[in-house]
Unconditional design. Structure first.
Length: 376
């Protein structure tokens, strides 16, 4: 079994989830072995925790040490958005394969530099659009592409979270534009765009967006007696136009009291429809016109061993797999691309493509007008 030695930059939140995904690859697959080689975090306690929890062999507070270590094969970049480009370009130049968080970069020119660096180095890359790896969403893609749903009519997608619903929640880097770029747009809508692109299979060519910062100030996480001015979006609503002239809608919010973590979409075709909700990560809802009208209605297609990589994690239908298992499916894609050379669809070039669509949405929200993606 071939080994891929992992270096993790950023040992909190998503860095932990990526490590869980790599751990689950060890259990579910038998063709590649991720090895926890090195972890870097400016917070030494976070790096130490990753060593203790996942067994990383080495730790540092300087990511340069990790990127330049000859033992590291792949670098996971799970740091604030504004750091992605510098780390990724350095990693590519050092011959390391890359798994990067989204949004890929705050500036499109930085994203272009990342694409060039990866291409010039000939390394494999992947950007974390995790939900494109859900077996239920892969089934939805197959149903759309096979014509089972008929001609595409519309897409509606939303991603609501509650991590900023309490106005007394202290400000973090995600609320500061110089670090995060945008707020709910880059953090959440990016996933909705990737699912539309994957399942609908048609490019978004024009957008009209409106956004809102509900809570203009928040306590400073470093000193609660001070306040931080918030300059990123709490929520955003977008109308999108596809290359075939059809329209759809997307929205996201980080201040939704009632929805702690709710990703939802519905795709309507001329013959049927599918819808998905993250809290039922294994299930796909399917509506078909191809039946007696009195029998019409959404039915639930439960998670089963014939969809995607479901069977690697669960040997029977309906018991279901977890978010951590889906992280493993994504991790397995980049790991085996490194060992066997296959192309990764959600690579850094794709991440830059999504970033351009997000930039059009941002420009539309700022200028209050329709914006063509080709303008960006």
């Amino acid at each position: 079994m071939k080994e891929v030695k992992i270096g993790l930059v950023g040992a909190n939140w998503m860095g932990i989830y990526h490590s869980i995904g790599m751990t689950n690859v060890r259990q579910a697959y038998h063709d590649v072995m991720p090895v926890f080689e090195y972890v870097a975090d400016v917070n030494e306690a976070a790096a130490k925790s990753a060593v203790e929890r996942f067994g990383y062999k080495k730790m540092t507070t300087d990511w340069h040490d990790l990127v330049n270590d000859p033992e590291v094969d792949m670098v996971i970049i799970a740091t604030p958005n504004f750091t992605h480009a510098e780390i990724a370009i350095a990693a590519a130049k050092a011959g390391k394969h890359i798994l990067c968080e989204k949004p890929m970069s705050n500036k499109l020119e930085d994203g272009e530099a990342m694409v060039r660096a990866v291409k010039d180095a000939g390394v494999k890359s992947l950007v974390d659009f995790i939900y494109t790896k859900c077996p239920a969403n892969i089934l939805a893609q197959e149903m759309m592409q096979s014509g089972k749903l008929g001609d595409f009519v519309t897409f509606r997608g939303e991603f609501d979270c509650s991590y900023c619903a309490d106005p007394t929640t202290p400000a973090t880097w995600r609320q500061v534009a110089s670090i995060a770029g945008t707020g709910s747009l880059g953090d959440l809508t990016a996933h909705v765009v990737s699912l539309s692109d994957m399942i609908v299979g048609k490019k978004i060519v024009e957008v009209f967006a409106s956004w809102d910062t509900v809570y203009k100030t928040r306590p400073d996480a470093r000193d609660a007696s001070k306040e931080v001015n918030i300059d990123t979006d709490d929520q955003i609503y977008i109308i999108v136009k596809y290359e075939d002239g059809r329209i759809g809608s997307m929205s996201s919010s980080r201040v939704s009291v009632a929805r702690p973590d709710s990703l939802y979409y519905e795709i309507q075709g001329s013959r049927g429809s599918v819808k998905f909700e993250l809290s039922h990560i294994n299930d796909l809802q399917y509506y078909s016109n191809d039946c007696d009208p009195k029998e019409r209605g959404y039915k639930t297609i439960k998670g089963n061993t014939r969809n995607g990589d479901y069977a690697n994690f669960c040997g029977t239908d309906e018991l279901g797999i977890s978010y951590g298992d889906v992280m493993a499916i994504q991790a397995h894609d980049i790991l085996t691309a490194i060992t066997d050379g296959h192309d990764v669809k959600i690579d850094i070039a794709y991440g830059h493509y999504v970033d351009r669509i997000l930039a059009a949405m941002e420009k539309s929200a700022r200028e209050n007008r329709w914006v063509k993606v080709d303008e960006i």
